[in-house]
Design a protein around this ligand. Structure first.
Ligand code: IMP
Length: 428
């Protein structure tokens, strides 16, 4: 039986949380493998709404949930999220949640740096301001504090010294007050006993879980076009968001990710700055934003909206080895008389079928569109393929042809059960 890896196939916010929640019913373990609390996953179960940023979405279904080594963890945020879910009746104990002991921490000084840099920049990235980039910088700079260090005061002291030797001049340059190492040590020591009960060698647990024949669901955050290597660099997040990272970010090895399910919105959105060839700044774009309630879960910012870009998703299918797609938010297109799909681009008068690496070229792409008739009926809440209007079926079929991957699931509202299953990813 295959494991399943769920990843965002566009610029994030495709509706991964709902699909992971739905699929976690069929899994034994749910694993986050990259990103941090920059993600925003909204799960709607009956009249309860759960908002998660760091916890794997499987916790709501009571599944063993693992925060892998590839995630950067703000421990204070994690405790807050655990507290909020507890108030909603989801009790999170060390039996339910495992935090990789080799994951790196996000500290208040990372958040300071992220926000100060964005405020000072003339060319902003539009980050979530949660310290993600600076935390990953310290990880590859080999000066990060990791979860296991919280149990070792001597290691913590030495690491804080090393960290501040790097951060003090940076802070000075940005006009930030000097960080007090003793205060940081005290904050970490106060928090450590609350976090350490969750800390375990996650790779070892996963190895045991897989050997016992149990199914793993990997939960990606952000989207493939925000990948630090493959995305619209530098307007990207600071981790690898593609499916291959599920292996490195959890310690399960390259066979671990299994079936890759790409989550794809029926149109395109992005938050923050950066190229977006099919962006609409007209009333159709406004319609998508309003009807689709396109506001960031983490920052509340309005998302930029545009037509479905099949070239971009085709690229994502290749980058991630996507075997099937879950198409979300088709209902947002209900009532639009005409729909456009971008099939490729024109660059300096030449046809090009992919997003080139250069930022200048990305900014000059002219989308090539194919027009289709829309539908006036509602698709919201449809629970079977035959409930869909003929033109909606045509739209979905055309997307499948253009992206080169089948639609395995269709999500027709934020509600858990408004989901049409065409092929079960765990059976493929
Ligand atoms: P960072 O991840 O906070 O460093 O932000 C870098 C870029 O990734 C910005 O454009 C953010 O808007 C974007 N981003 C980060 N997390 C998400 C997400 O969960 N959904 C969509 N965009 C995101």
């Amino acid at each position: 039986m295959a494991n399943v890896t769920v990843i965002g196939a566009q610029w994030g916010d495709e509706g991964k949380g709902k699909l992971v929640d739905w699929l976690s019913n069929r899994a034994d373990v749910v694993v986050r493998f990259q990103g941090g609390h920059n993600a925003g996953h909204t799960l709607v179960v009956g009249d309860q709404v759960y908002k998660l940023s760091l916890l794997p979405s499987g916790v709501v279904q009571g599944k063993l949930s693992i925060i892998g080594n590839g995630v950067v963890v703000d421990p204070w945020h994690l405790l807050k999220e655990i507290g909020t879910l507890g108030e909603q009746g989801v009790k999170i104990t060390p039996d339910l949640l495992v935090l990789a002991d080799n994951a790196c921490l996000i500290l208040p000084l990372h958040r300071d740096l992220d926000q100060a840099r964005e405020a000072a920049a003339t060319n902003k990235i539009g980050t979530t301001g949660r310290g993600i980039g600076p935390a990953y910088e310290d990880k590859v700079g080999r000066r990060a504090i990791r979860v296991a260090d919280l149990a070792d005061r001597a290691a913590l002291e030495a690491k804080i010294d090393r960290l501040l030797a790097h951060h003090t001049p940076l802070r000075r340059g940005l006009g930030l007050p000097e960080y007090d190492g003793a205060a940081l040590l005290a904050e970490l020591e106060e928090m450590a006993p609350k976090i350490l009960p969750f800390a375990r060698p996650a790779w070892l647990m996963l190895d045991e879980v897989v050997k016992a024949g149990r199914r793993v669901l990997f939960e990606g955050a952000q989207g493939a076009l925000l990948d630090v290597d493959h995305g619209t660099y530098p307007y990207v997040t600071s981790s690898n968001t593609v499916a291959g990272q599920a292996a490195a970010g959890s310690g399960l090895g390259p066979k671990g990710p299994g079936y890759v399910l790409g989550i794809v919105k029926a149109y395109t959105t992005r938050v923050g700055e950066g190229p977006f060839p099919t962006e609409l700044k007209d009333e159709v774009g406004q319609h998508l934003g309003t009807v689709g309630r396109e506001f960031g879960t983490v920052t509340g910012r309005s998302r930029r909206c545009g037509w479905f870009d099949a070239a971009l998703v085709r690229q994502s299918v290749a980058l991630n080895g996507i075997a099937g797609v879950a198409l979300t938010k088709l209902d947002v297109l209900d009532g639009l008389p005409k729909l456009k799909i971008c099939t490729g681009y024109e660059l300096n008068g030449e046809a090009i079928g992919y997003l080139p690496a250069g930022l200048k070229a990305q900014g000059q792409l002219m989308p090539v569109y194919e027009e289709m008739d829309g539908w006036s009926e509602t698709t919201q809440g449809a629970r079977s393929w035959k409930d869909l209007p003929a033109n909606a079926v045509k739209y979905v079929r055309r997307i499948e042809e253009l992206i080169g991957a089948p639609v395995s699931l269709l999500s027709t509202s934020p509600q858990r059960d408004d989901t049409i299953l065409m092929r079960d990813p765990f059976q493929d």
